[in-house]
Design a protein around this ligand. Structure first.
Ligand code: TRP
Length: 437
């Protein structure tokens, strides 16, 4: 099959911390809900190779992996329905990272935000620009590209800070496709606009780096105590309070229905005391979390069961990664020395027909061309602003062949009419091979 009918959604979670309510509201809950959509195939993984870039404490990496895996499952992710795995259980990922490394411009990586920020900070402090910067940090986007491209993900839900990485993965995919034929799907970032940014205890965004988080599965007593520590103004009970800028109210909203939130807003206006409001917030959160907390505890206390779940996920993932990696190795020339010279190389013979190459030029536009087995160009497209449009034009030519030419013609450079017989034959071959795939 060359065409995947279902949309593949993939995202990774770096295993360096303990999940908190902000992670739950911003990532876990929306992703688990989305994973129930039967029109999509979900790939969710623990990015533990990425964690090594940020953390050199083995026990913390291991603990965080267990906690994050247990949190996702306890929050309703169904490992039977989706592919849920640990990045480091897939040896094809670092293997693909190398192939991508070889088609990625060093200049592209120089421009990655995280690397640039480290360099700018060093320069401002008068240090060597690369002081304390590991090659791992520099290579972060390539490893992430391998995560995404390996599974031909169409959509990658991420935070805003990760958009640049998805764009880089697209660049890597186009470069590779240009050099070695259509192998990779060009992924798109998905930013969940409607998801609330949860404030933390001090009112700033809830984040490990501000040390203002409420752990998702802390025991109920601890959660109640932490909620009691959320900053408020000093208005006394009976005084009307404003929901605007109230961290407590925002957190409440992230868990409550519209009616519940309206009732809370009314209670604010009526002068509810902060102690009572905090109690209401605790009860509302606990109503959602308590049933999952038990499941979480059971999983945390049974790490070998968690190992089993993750290894079963890795098996599913590798059922795709292993054969794909074989094709990719073949495509770049890492292949049996006898292959191509033997009659059983029919697959290769098939690959030697004309094919479409999709690529991006320095002008930032996306292009494609149809080349024959010897690399001679039979059709050349004009520039497209989006690779999707280029892909659609290719799709038309692949399914309808010569018959699609009148429609697609405005998107193409004029072709050499003396080549038309070869062009017609090449298009016929491609449409025929599409049908038998
Ligand atoms: N870099 C991502 C983050 O910090 C985690 C990640 C690693 C990821 N590989 C990925 C996300 C692939 C999406 C797809 O959030």
């Amino acid at each position: 099959m060359t065409s995947q009918l279902r949309t593949r959604v993939l995202t990774g979670i770096t295993t360096t911390g303990t999940p908190h309510l902000g992670n739950y509201v911003g990532a876990i809950r929306p992703t688990v809900n989305a994973s129930r959509d039967s029109q999509t195939d979900g790939f969710y993984f623990l990015a533990d190779y990425h964690a090594l870039i940020k953390c050199d404490e083995p026990a913390r990496i291991q603990r965080s992996t267990l906690e994050i895996a247990a949190s996702w499952i306890a929050s309703g992710l169904d490992p039977e329905k989706v592919t849920f795995y640990r990045q480091s259980d897939i040896p094809e990922i670092p293997e693909l990272t190398w192939l991508l490394t070889c088609v990625t411009g060093k200049g592209l990586l120089n421009r990655a935000h995280a690397y640039k920020a480290a360099v700018d900070k060093n320069s401002a402090a008068g240090h060597d620009p690369d002081s304390d910067v590991t090659a791992g940090l520099f290579m972060y986007p390539v490893l992430m590209g391998a995560d995404i491209l390996m599974f031909k993900a169409h959509k990658v839900p991420v935070g805003r800070d990760q958009i640049q990485h998805i764009e880089m993965a697209r660049d890597m995919a186009s470069s590779f496709n240009h050099l070695y034929g259509e192998q990779f799907v060009l992924p798109e970032a998905v930013i969940e606009e409607s998801v609330a940014l949860l404030p933390g205890l001090d009112g700033r965004k809830m984040s490990k780096s501000y040390d203002n988080t409420i752990p998702l599965f802390a025991p109920a007593a601890q959660m109640r105590k932490q909620i009691a520590g959320i900053v408020t103004d000093s208005k006394a009970p009976g005084e009307p309070k404003s929901t605007e800028g109230s961290a407590l109210f925002q957190i409440y909203q992230a868990f409550a229905s519209a009616e519940e939130s309206a009732a809370m807003a009314k209670a604010y206006a009526d002068g509810i005391g902060w102690g009572d409001a905090k109690q209401m917030l605790f009860e509302r959160i606990d109503r959602e979390i308590a049933p999952m907390r038990e499941h979480y505890q059971a999983l945390i206390h049974n790490p070998s069961q968690m190992d089993k779940i993750l290894l079963a996920g890795a098996d599913k993932a590798r059922a795709l990664a292993t054969p794909f990696m074989r094709e990719l190795r073949h495509a770049v020339g890492l292949r049996a020395l006898s292959s191509g010279a033997t009659p059983q190389a029919t697959k290769e013979a098939k690959a030697a027909v004309a094919s479409f190459k999709q690529y991006r030029e320095k002008d930032g536009q996306f292009y494609f061309k149809l080349v024959n087995a010897l690399g001679k160009t039979l059709l050349q497209s004009l520039g497209f602003s989006s690779p999707k449009d280029a892909g659609q034009a290719i799709g038309r030519l692949q399914t309808d062949g010569w018959a699609a030419l009148p429609d697609v013609k405005p998107l193409l450079e004029p072709w050499d009419s003396s080549q038309e017989p070869e062009l017609a034959a090449a298009l016929a071959e491609i449409t025929a091979s599409k049908k038998t795939d």
